[in-house]
Write a protein that binds this ligand. Structure first.
Ligand SMILES: Cc1cc2nc3c(=O)[nH]c(=O)nc-3n(C[C@H](O)[C@H](O)[C@H](O)COP(=O)(O)O)c2cc1C
Length: 399
């Protein structure tokens, strides 16, 4: 009698479980259907988290939560690195509005006659254009007459900037007052040992800049495939978070960077080819038309290597450097900043100045808005991880 009672109870509970499972599956199916709607309006009081667009599911939420997004309070793990004659508030604000971290380039703006006070205006302008977090880049390059770093740091603190990107050399000279003011410091460097010493000096995060990058890749010539993997093991052992920088332009690269241990991705060149980048249309056209072989290095012989667009001027500089290694006076007339500024801001002449750009130039096929660019990258990264990568995994129970 007792056994029969237990048998009936067992079979009933099994049926009940099957029924509950069925109800749960129905609910899940309903939710999936609601994701396919072409509307962002809440349905049945539930928040729609995706919409169908050209047969693709476009997410309306932030698919990535990393130490970068958490630390900086941004939606997507994408940073626009400081860029001389490009990183004005108009670009930085639009990157931030699109959910990334836009960065104003202090040295471009803090120029005579107003110096650091011009940076104050730029920070205020950026704040008018966005209510999202943005940063300021302080480039510490070995230049003859040093810029007014003290004034720049003072203005950054007084204006309540929350994030600073330092680069060029050790941030030790500026990091103390920044940290005292509670500012997040992301230090960009090209070698693991520099990353370790920047973190020791107080940097909160490292932007690991590989040899592929536009601007100054240093003298160590280590490409990102190795540099990031090494950062992924060494920096993580020391609990130093880092982001990938140099040669980045796509969502598949974001997925790869995250899998190598990075918390996000920093881009320079790719952001030049956006509608909001405040540079001449001819420069953007050159970026779209070029391929990954279209960059070269100058300044190798003066120990300050720079990756630039491979044009007639850059080739002339290289030729002179090989004849007069280390003699900056022989090349100064070809490389002065004013020529660079004129090409970007006035003439759009791609050939008569030397201007920074990275190997990511080979991954640029169009000029789009910052919003489109960031959304596309994030969607591609997510699809790569959820789709391609996870589809390659075989369930362990089948071994
Ligand atoms: C036109 C241009 C100007 C740049 N100027 C600066 C600069 O003034 N300070 C700095 O720290 N990095 C500068 N960079 C480097 C970028 O912040 C970023 O680290 C680099 O572009 C990443 O490589 P990518 O161009 O392949 O994305 C510049 C890069 C470019 C393309």
């Amino acid at each position: 009698m007792f056994e029969i009672f237990f048998l009936v109870l067992f079979s009933l509970s099994k049926r009940l479980l099957l029924f509950l499972n069925f109800v749960w599956a129905l609910k899940r199916k309903k939710r999936c259907l609601s994701l396919n709607e072409e509307t962002k309006k809440p349905r049945n009081g539930k928040k729609i988290i995706a919409q169908k667009k050209n047969n693709n599911i476009e997410l309306l939420i932030m698919p990535f939560k990393t130490k970068l997004t958490e630390l900086c309070g941004i939606e997507h793990p994408i940073v626009q690195g400081g860029m001389h004659y490009v990183g004005y508030p108009s670009l930085a604000a639009q990157v931030s509005n699109a959910g990334g971290l836009g960065i104003i380039t202090a040295l471009t703006i803090a120029q005579p006659p107003r110096g650091a006070e011009a940076l104050r205006d730029a920070i205020r302008e950026c704040r008018r254009l966005t209510d999202k977090p943005f940063g300021v880049n302080i480039t510490l390059l070995p230049v003859g007459v040093p810029p007014d770093y003290e004034g720049i740091v003072r203005v950054i603190i007084e204006e309540g900037v929350k994030i600073v990107e330092t680069a060029g050399r050790s941030p030790a000279a500026v990091i103390k007052p920044l940290k005292k003011a509670g500012i997040i410091v992301i230090h960009k460097c090209v070698a693991i040992r520099h990353a370790l010493s920047a973190a020791k000096a107080g940097a909160d995060m490292i932007s690991m800049d590989g040899f592929d990058c536009g601007g100054h890749p240093g003298e160590e010539d280590v490409g990102n495939w190795v540099l990031l993997a090494k950062a992924g093991s060494v920096l993580r052992q020391h609990s130093i978070p880092f982001i990938a920088s140099g040669g980045c332009a796509t969502g598949t690269q974001l997925a790869a960077a995250l899998s190598l241990g990075a918390e996000g991705m920093n881009m320079g060149t790719r952001f030049m080819a956006t509608r909001e980048a405040p540079i001449h249309a001819n420069i953007k056209k050159a970026l779209v038309e070029a391929d990954e072989r279209s960059t070269t290095h100058i300044f190798r012989t003066v120990n300050n290597t720079e990756r630039v667009y491979k044009n007639a001027q850059a080739m002339k500089v290289r030729e002179i450097e090989s004849e007069h290694p280390g003699d900056f006076s022989k090349i100064y007339h070809l490389v002065k900043g004013e020529l660079y500024r004129k090409s970007f801001q006035e003439t759009g002449d791609t050939e008569n100045s030397v201007w920074s750009c990275g190997q990511s130039i080979g991954l640029i096929d169009d000029v789009k808005s910052c919003k489109e660019l960031i959304t596309d990258i994030v969607n591609e990264a997510e699809n790569t991880i959820r789709g391609r990568l996870s589809s390659m995994l075989v369930h362990r129970s089948r071994y």
